[in-house]
Structures are given as structure tokens and as C-alpha cells.
Design a protein around this ligand. Sequence first.
Ligand SMILES: Cc1ncc(COP(=O)(O)O)c(C=O)c1O
Length: 369
Amino acid sequence: MHPGKVPHNASLRSPWFAPPAARAWRCAPAPAEVRRFHTGLPGYAPTPLTELPPTAAELGLGRVFVKDESRRLGLPAFKALGASWAVHRVLAERDEEGPVTLVTATDGNHGRAVARTARLLGQRARVLVPRGVHPRAVAAIADEGAEVTEVPGSYDDAVRLAAEAASAPGTVLVQDTAWPGYERIPGWIVEGYSTLSAEIDEQLAAAGIDGPDLVCVPAGVGSLAQSVVTHYRSRRAGRPPALVTVEPEAAACVLASLARGEPVSLSTGETTMAGLNCGTPSSLAWPFLRDGLDAAVAVSDAAGARAAADLAALGVRSGPCGAAALAGLRALLTGENAAGHRAALGLGPASVAVLLSTEGPDANPHAEP
Ligand SMILES: Cc1ncc(COP(=O)(O)O)c(C=O)c1O
């Protein structure tokens, strides 16, 4: 779980860029069955893809859209897409009789999604929460009927303890990050996220656009980014978009790993972007991130807060993690060496960008005034 531990490193403020050939990398798609499964869930509806003309003007792009995950299957973040599909697969493959306890560590959203899924399916959930998760986010998990344990350590510490807790009989670990020997269930979670990208394609097509030129993804352990890479690097149609991850400066493990060319673990600091406060990339995600991403950038909490306020002014409700996508693209396209970044990403004045706003403000009350 802990490849080469490195201390937090201020040089991570510089973005990382792939060689241009990275956009030609290809992989197999997620199963089409996932979309059909989600469509059949009670309360399923595609989340909005909202156009932001003032942001396009600010960033010098043709059109900018935000995929707004502030209301997804009754929860204020995208995570239920992964939890619902993974738990469905776990239960389908289980031979034992009787209820199961679904165990997970979380920095907020995934644990709440697992707890909600367990409650809806008449199962139990046990959720381990590291320090730094807002008390209201912890209470929201308990309100789903889960047994919540607060861990006086980091997200990585909570993941380790959850894995230990899940060795008890009648328990299954449903973790949204992978490590050697534990990759099957995280793989289902990543498959579950594919519905989000499939919706984007349909929504852009309805707007007469055959695909984005750039997609900007907030990253914690990189599982969501893995799913976005899988989607856009497996499509036959359309030109391959540039794919960019955004992390908090206090926990930029994907950026650090890409910069080193191998997965590294960071000692994470404090950030309002609680859902992104992860120190180790998922082992399953790593090859997809290494080979399929175009760039990675880290942003400060202040830049994230400014992006959240700007999105709110445009009518989009983003929590700190959700707004990170705008903060990251803004850093790349309006900060130092903006012209070089624009050229490296293949962007021009007609380009179409999609920002993934992965949570609403109610998911993560950290940034509330
Ligand atoms: C709101 C939000 N956005 C983005 C992410 C990042 O997802 P991943 O950890 O798969 O990179 C998370 C993860 O918890 C999250 O809660």
C-alpha cells in the first residue's frame, strides 16, 4: 500500500506534462452493463452539464462546461456511482447466507455512499474516518445507519485499519483505492464511475459537440481519473482529449508520482479539499495515470475557494473538491507559462473543456463561511 514514502515537497507546485504522444495511448473500455445498471436504479437521472460562457472567455477557450455532481443518486457527490455498482457485484458473487457488513475507510463521500448503499440493500456498514473530515460529514455517514470509527491518523492510516477490520467473518472491504492483492473491488468501483463520462458524451452530442478537447478531473487516489482515462482512451470516435488531474498542494500524490515516474506516498497536510486529501495513488489507477494523462497540477485551498465562489456566482454549487477542477485549469491557462501549457495541451480559441465538479458544498462543509 505504501510505495516509496517521500516527505511533502514544495516543488510540486510546478505542473507535470506528458510527452505529446501520451494522447495516442489506448486501453479497453468499461463494461456497457454499468450504465444499464445505474439507469435502473431508483432516483437515477443524469447530472447536469452546464455551460459557462464567462469562464470560456476568461480562459480563452471556445466553450467550457461543468459536470455538476452536487446531486447524484440522492447524495451530494459522484461517489454513489462506484459504491452502487461495486456492492451490486460483491453481493452477486457472494455464496454465504445472511447479511454482510461492508467496511471502508473514507475522507467523506465514498463512506457515505457505501453506508447509503448498505442501508438501501438491508446490509450493514462500518466506516473508518481519518482526522480532518468535517464533523457534519462524519454525522452524515452515521445518519445512514453506519457504525463510524474516527481514526486519529491520515487517510492512508484509515485505509490500513479498514483492511484489518474487514478480515472478520461476514465482512467485505469495499475500498475505492487498490493495492497489490486488493484490486478486484476497487476495479468495480472505477467501472461504476464510467456512467459519469458516458453521460458527458451524450450531453455534448446533444449540444452538437462530438467530444471535449480537455477534461479536468479532481484527484485523490486517482480512481476517478482512471475511469476518465479509461473512457477517453478507449473511444474509437472523436479526437482524444487532453486529460488533466487537479490535487491540493497539501496532498498531490498523483503529481508527485508522475514527476518521479513511479508511485510514491506523501505525508499529507491539511486541506479544505477533504475528499482529495490522499497520500498514495491507487495501484490499479497508476498505469492509467502514467500512460493516459496529459498533465497534473496542484492548487492551493485559496485558489479552490476562489473557484468555488466563481462557480457559485454562475449558478453551479461546488464544494472545495468540485471547484478544484476550475482552479487547476485556471492555474494552467492563466498562470505562469500559460501559452506553453495551452500549446502542450493542444488548446486553442475554439476548444471545448469539461470540468468535473465532483461534489456540492453540502458534501464537504469545510469551506462554509
Ligand atoms: C468530491 C470528490 N472529488 C474527487 C475525489 C477523487 O476521487 P479519487 O480518490 O478516485 O481520485 C473524491 C474522492 O474521495 C471526492 O470525494
